[in-house]
Design a protein around this ligand. Structure first.
Ligand code: SAM
Length: 200
């Protein structure tokens, strides 16, 4: 499993502890949040060390080719910046970088938490359209398809469901009243099942 924009790596760490037979990779463009958790996984297992997790500093724009095709699951929680643009505006080149990570039966799960007022500056900077379910079903589904993903589930999470998301930002934003939580789940389609992306 690969978690892109993993931040402090809490999600990867907890999953890796619960499923010792699976391998977990956390990726983030920024080195700072990765420092503590990278040190922790290399400790003695009795002191929190984990042999089935690794953290990599890399941006979605420039992922190491060693990760191609290795992921049964790719997760993205509370993206911002270009990672947010990739999944919320459907940037085809960046979505293709996500697709490259997926194995044949791989899937992508995205959780986006935006507040139209508080995040206005970032929403405008990235040129994002309001993230309604209708927008996902029409425009975003088409862009995901062109990049090799078929969206098969999407929806909004109720406040009570925030608890199910075990990340630092889920905890941090839980109390924020105006923030809507939207999720998208897409399966990777086989090469040839999707058209070549249009040049933009
Ligand atoms: C709001 S934090 C969410 C962190 C974590 N997923 C969570 O839920 O606690 C967004 C993270 O995405 C990372 N990020 C932003 N753009 C990225 C990109 N292009 N490639 C990889 N990581 C990126 C940031 O460095 C940041 O750590």
């Amino acid at each position: 499993m690969i978690d892109i924009g993993t931040g402090d790596g809490l999600f990867v760490y907890q999953c890796a502890r619960q499923n010792p037979k699976k391998f977990y990779i956390g990726v983030d463009a920024s080195p700072r949040p990765l420092e503590k958790i990278s040190e922790k996984i290399h400790r003695n297992p009795a002191k929190g060390g984990l042999p089935n997790a690794v953290f990599i500093q890399a941006a979605l724009e420039d992922l190491p080719s060693e990760l191609d095709g290795v992921a049964d699951e790719v997760h993205i929680h509370f993206p911002w910046g270009s990672l947010l643009r990739a999944v919320a505006a459907g940037d085809e080149n960046l979505l293709r970088n996500l697709r490259r990570l997926c194995s044949t039966d791989g899937f992508l799960e995205v959780v986006i938490g935006l507040d139209a007022e508080r995040d206005r500056t970032e929403i405008e900077r990235l040129g994002l359209k309001p993230l309604s379910l209708e927008y996902i079903d029409t425009e975003l589904a088409r862009r995901y398809r062109a990049a090799g993903f078929e969206i098969f589930e999407r929806g909004m999470l109720a406040k009570s469901e925030w608890r199910c998301i075990k990340t630092a930002w889920a905890k941090r934003l839980r109390g924020s009243a105006g923030r809507e939580l939207i999720y998208i789940v897409a399966r990777a389609t086989a090469p040839g099942q999707f058209p070549v992306a249009s040049q933009r």
